[in-house]
Design a protein around this ligand. Structure first.
Ligand code: BGC
Length: 340
């Protein structure tokens, strides 16, 4: 059976966007060529009823006019880069800032706002490609991305591969807003994260240290608890972000590993997040606010979802001591994440 491909509309600047529906067993995923968005992810709940577990919009205009990166593939560099500036081999490159003096999620014309090409499509797998030209959003070098979305026996598998023609930086993630009940507050969802440490931030949401111990703090998800159980605690790090919006430093393990587990307390749907990345940004949709072009027709608000954005910590290009995030010609950026 072939993949289902349908037109999803035209961007404000006239580019045609398609929606591809992938199916395998009882799993169904919709992927847009706009921003590589995962527009829907359906699975059966404990009664066998299909539930769409990601937030999204009915229309392309919804994606273009609301912020929030719902379901989007984020790159070339996910999360914040302080001072909108990177230095590679002694040369400093100013990036295009889009959040005060910082760059967020790859800049104002980042991957999430581009129309990708469909390189391959079958009933349960689609490969999208996009090439970001040298200098776009300020980044040095052309970056060619290949993003593979596949429904496996286990769930939705995402794989990002990228190559460049000049030394650059790369950190790609998916920004799905999960609500495993299919709607409402996500704060009673149960969450477990395999992290002994998180990355503390300043008032600009930039890291102030590589890590801080989660023990004895609201950031301790080593024993599963309701996402919102401690979110109202008077803790400086929660105040700074208006909730959770932090990188969790995963216990180092080789290969694709279980990083986090989220359960919808009403639906009984449990989702595992497996990744090869060293961290996961847990974001409780603190700033979510949309118009009524959502799939339900009701505007989304804060705390109605949990994002599990697998990545390297924010601003790591400016912290070489945390590890090498430079991609060089001849190397392949290759990162996989699965939502099972
Ligand atoms: C960031 C949030 C931001 C959200 C939507 C998340 O990855 O950490 O601070 O508001 O993306 O842009």
């Amino acid at each position: 059976m072939a993949v289902i491909r349908e037109p999803f509309g035209r961007t404000k600047d006239g580019r045609e966007v398609e929606k591809l529906t992938l199916r395998r067993g009882t799993l169904e995923a919709e992927v847009l060529t706009y921003g590589g968005v995962v527009a829907a992810l359906r699975t059966a709940d404990r009664t066998g009823t299909m539930v769409d577990v990601v937030l999204g919009y009915r229309t392309l205009a919804g994606y273009e006019e609301n912020g929030g990166y719902l379901g989007a593939l984020v790159g070339r560099y996910a999360n914040r880069i302080g001072g909108a500036r990177i230095t590679i081999d002694g040369q400093t490159y100013p990036l295009t800032a889009n959040e005060g003096a910082k760059q967020l999620h790859g800049g104002p014309e980042g991957f999430s706002f581009q129309v990708f090409d469909v390189a391959e499509a079958s009933k349960d797998r689609v490969v999208l490609t996009y090439t970001e030209p040298d200098g776009k959003n300020g980044f040095p070098g052309t970056l060619a991305l290949t993003a593979t979305y596949a429904l496996t026996e286990n769930g939705l598998s995402l794989r990002y591969e990228a190559v460049c023609d000049k030394p650059t930086v790369c950190n790609i993630t998916n920004h799905s807003y999960f609500n495993l009940n299919g709607g409402g507050s996500a704060m009673d969802h149960r969450l477990w994260v395999d992290a002994d440490a998180f990355t503390p931030i300043d008032a600009d949401s930039l890291p102030v240290a590589a890590s801080a111990d989660v023990a004895g703090t609201p950031f301790d998800f080593r024993t599963e608890k309701a996402v919102g159980r401690d979110i109202g605690q008077d803790h400086e790090q929660l105040r700074l972000a208006g909730g959770y919006d932090h990188n969790f430093v995963l216990t180092p393990k080789p290969g694709l590993r279980l990083a986090a587990r989220l359960t919808g307390e009403r639906s009984g749907i449990t989702m595992e997040c497996w990744t090869e990345q060293p961290g996961v940004q847990v974001y409780t949709a603190n700033f979510l606010e949309t118009d009524a072009s959502t799939k339900s027709g009701v505007p989304y608000g804060p705390r109605q979802a949990v994002c599990l954005e697998t990545q390297v910590p924010a601003d790591s290009p400016n912290h070489p001591e945390w590890g090498d995030v430079i991609l060089r010609p001849g190397q392949v950026y290759d990162a996989a994440t699965e939502y099972r």
